[in-house]
Design a protein around this ligand. Structure first.
Ligand code: ZN
Length: 268
């Protein structure tokens, strides 16, 4: 398949319906992609009718996207606006697209990238590595709690991974990221609002029966709530595996205790 230049770029960015106008590098070395939406019209936010009469656009916005060649990358776009002729007072609506949410500072693809980075890591670490604030990472977690999953697109769920992320600043203690492997790639399935057994179990029970049958391994930390939730929903069929990160943490602790004890003995 030979793609036109613009289609190639749009495909590489993972955003269909985008026309790339200009790519530049700013003084910080960040990549700035100036683009426009090729989609036409939107739904009126008052009456819900499809509207396509353009009106003056708002200010341009800059959205953080996946890094390109290791550089921080932003998409700069001016959201299109439309006026509704069905409503008496002719309200205007900003075009809604599926790759970013209004008032957010990053694309949905970037949010997924951050969620994957959070696995076996902490909010502080991810915020330092990506050079974004703690609040932005926390906002990404919050926004991705209970998003809908298109189960029809998933053929099988051989492995499930459960990772808890500690939130020290917010009102919550922990959120949970559920992952799976699809065609050899780690994918985010869901972000759960807390690590209670009931919450995890409720999520497992939402998995359609057809897919629940395909689960073979649940990989989690050693938190008993997760282990029991998995055993109760998937019964004997499933193997619960402790994630090596947490196993390593435990044996390192024991080894450290032995080392200290030996040091004290030798000093005597
Ligand atoms: Zn309307």
């Amino acid at each position: 398949m030979i793609l036109q230049d613009n289609q190639v770029l749009s495909k590489l960015l993972g955003i269909p319906g985008l026309k790339i106008n200009f790519i530049s590098q700013d003084t910080n070395g960040d990549t700035i992609i100036r683009a426009t939406s090729t989609l036409h019209g939107t739904k009126c936010h008052v009456c819900g009718e499809h509207i396509c009469k353009p009106c003056a656009s708002g200010s341009p916005i800059k959205l953080r996207h996946m890094p390109i060649w290791g550089n921080k990358t932003y998409i700069r776009i001016t959201p299109l606006r439309y006026v509704c002729e069905h409503c008496a007072n002719k309200p205007t609506t900003t075009q809604v697209v599926d790759w970013y949410e209004q008032k957010c500072s990053c694309t949905k693809q970037y949010e997924k990238h951050i969620l994957l980075l959070l696995i076996n890591s902490t909010i502080q670490d991810v915020s330092i590595k990506e050079d974004i604030s703690y609040d932005v990472v926390e906002g990404i977690l919050e926004r991705n709690i209970s998003t809908q999953i298109t189960w029809e697109d998933i053929k099988e769920l051989k492995y499930l991974g459960i990772d808890e992320i500690s939130i020290k600043k917010g009102h919550k203690d922990f959120v949970v990221i559920v992952t799976t492997m699809i065609e050899g790639k780690l994918k985010i399935l869901a972000v759960l609002k807390n690590r209670e057994k009931a919450t995890v179990k409720k999520f497992f029970n939402k998995i359609p029966w057809r897919l629940r049958q395909t689960v073979q391994i649940v990989c989690s930390d050693l938190y008993i709530g997760f282990i029991n939730a998995a055993k109760e929903v998937f019964r004997k069929k499933v193997q619960v595996v402790a994630d090596r990160f947490h196993v390593a943490k435990l044996y390192r602790e024991k080894l450290e205790n032995v080392r200290k004890k030996e040091m004290r003995r030798l000093k005597k």
